[in-house]
Design a protein around this ligand. Structure first.
Ligand SMILES: Cc1cc2nc3c(=O)[nH]c(=O)nc-3n(C[C@H](O)[C@H](O)[C@H](O)COP(=O)(O)O)c2cc1C
Length: 214
């Protein structure tokens, strides 16, 4: 299939799964690619203010389900990824990023001083620092989009999930005081043939309702 056809098919094939087949597991190869889609997600200044917590423990999944409107996807999917963001953007985290750039590109970290200062004056000391949690969460949602689309292209099913209690997740996952906070989750796996949402027609606004030419 041509890439254009593939993409169109995948975008229409994907839907937010309500009922997963608990027997079907994602292969190691596909899982590696899904993780790579998260790792390669772009972020503002390249800061990557995220941590993806993969919950394998069935008992923990059960507890998380209880604080996720009892949604069955939490326990029945193959891989459950909790998306967390850095709650406070400090100079240490920005320095860590600069060190990484210097190391990967083989350049002295001093050459990044101007870039580092610009980031600090914008996100740590500037007006944008007041909404830094929302800023970090926005970066995480880009990762969510990358993950969902990559999954669809691999014919792996998914559910983006906001129907959960982030504070309760932070408690159950021991995130309190770690600097990371839950914002959402993504369940990944394979649709159950009896998923009542399987045959739903997609509901989207028409092109002329959402695009404007200026
Ligand atoms: C950020 C986000 C959070 C969502 N949270 C949930 C959720 O908690 N449970 C659920 O079943 N679906 C959830 N959905 C799925 C949406 O309801 C669904 O994507 C939307 O109705 C469009 O349908 P489609 O994805 O099947 O095309 C969420 C979607 C997004 C993008």
């Amino acid at each position: 299939m041509k890439m254009q056809e593939l993409l169109k098919t995948a975008l229409n094939w994907r839907y937010a799964v309500k009922k997963f087949d608990p027997q079907k597991k994602i292969s190691a190869g596909d899982w590696a690619l899904l993780k790579e889609s998260l790792r390669l997600t772009p972020s503002s200044y390249g800061l990557q203010p995220w941590k993806f917590i993969v919950v394998e423990n069935p008992e923990l999944r059960k507890q998380l389900r209880e604080v996720s409107w009892n949604q069955s996807q939490v326990t029945d999917c193959s891989h459950y990824v909790v998306m967390s963001f850095k709650e406070k953007l400090d100079v240490e985290f920005i320095r860590k990023n600069m060190d990484k750039i210097a190391q990967v590109r083989g350049i002295p970290v001093e050459t990044l001083e101007g870039f580092e200062k610009a980031i600090v004056s914008d996100l740590v000391n500037g007006p944008r620092s007041l909404g830094i949690e929302a800023w970090a969460q926005r970066q995480v949602y880009i990762a969510m989009g990358f993950l969902l689309e990559t999954a669809a292209l691999l014919e792996v099913d998914s559910t983006p999930m906001e129907g959960l209690d982030p504070a309760a997740y932070d408690t159950l996952l021991n995130l309190k005081g770690s600097g990371w906070k839950t914002v959402a989750a993504v369940a990944l796996g394979y649709r159950h043939p009896e998923d009542p949402f399987l045959k739903n027609t997609k509901v989207r606004f028409d092109e002329n309702e959402i695009f404007e030419l200026r």
